[in-house]
Design a protein around this ligand. Sequence first.
Ligand SMILES: [Zn+2]
Ligand SMILES: [Zn+2]
Length: 383
Amino acid sequence: MKQRNLLLFGLLVIPILVFGQRREVVGMKYLDENRRPIYRENVIIPNVGEYQVLKCDFHMHTVFSDGNVWPSIRNQEAWEEGIDAYAITDHIEYTPHKADVNVNHNRGYELLKESAEKSNLILVKGTEITRNTPPGHFNAIYIDDATDFIEERSTNEFDREAVMKAAEQDAFIFWNHPGWQPGIEGSYEWIPFVDDLYKNKALHGIEVVNGFGIHMKALDWCLDKGLTVMGTTDIHNLVAHDYDFSKDYVHRTMTLVLAKERSAESIREALDEGRTVAWASKYLLGKEENVRNLFYSCVELMPSHYTEVRNNGIKINHYEIRNNSDLYFELSLSDGSATKNVVLYPRSTQLITANEETASLSGEVVSTYVRSDQHLKVDFDLN
Ligand SMILES: [Zn+2]
Ligand SMILES: [Zn+2]
């Protein structure tokens, strides 16, 4: 009996020691009620056809450039906030902590490689090429080695070579926050320098959303030139310092990547093919096809569950419209006679009605942009 008790004790106690935060010490009282619970948030977005929707943030800083945190914090945040893949993209040309932190452009990635693997996150190696504006900044991800990138930026002379260092490594390169310094001529224009990169296949995407700013002109450039739409935090502080997580539905800005598999290779393939949607606040921005496919994967109109006969004999059908995702949609729907504004909160259902004669409901998803001046148009067949 004694041995069996020991065995039971072992089974019960060992998992607690492995997964618990600490050992109990006799003579200590612990105030665990004041700890913030630690868990990974599952951001629910249904598959889009054959693709998984991966939550990615490929623009973040640490103390290895001008960020305020050690790299390990970035992994903790990404894990807790439901991110699938991320990159540390410290500046090559701007390292204000260099008196205290050795300049090593690969170090953020090296320090995180193991913790990313342990927490089942995909870490992509990246950097921010930080030229003066214009042309401004470019992120290069899927690089091999940032050691020999060009730190010198006292003149514009090396701008092209600086970006080409990344292109030589077959990086995925995107133009960051165009228009971030509005006072400077050419800072928010499709300038010859950028056009040259584009024509030489050294530019693959643009940040349509950087943190709390939407670059509407960048959305149109992406659509017109076949570039990939990106959304990133460009976070320098703690994410929870900058984003108000005490409010409902607040999430960090990110890129939703429609990938065949949850792997670095699949994400790269999707980025190359432009299968992304930027998700920031309540907005979704991207190529119409991607936003449309994402919308119809998340939102469904159920068959009518009730028919009401009014005094004048007119029959009104009642429907449920369901949002099966953590995304937020605002619809402006019209049945030919009236427009209804419908807010589909994350993982929720609304009731809508339509005259039995009505064949379809059509309208716009006003929380989406498929051009700077255009929302996604949707149609629901009622028959
Ligand atoms: Zn930047
Ligand atoms: Zn940055």
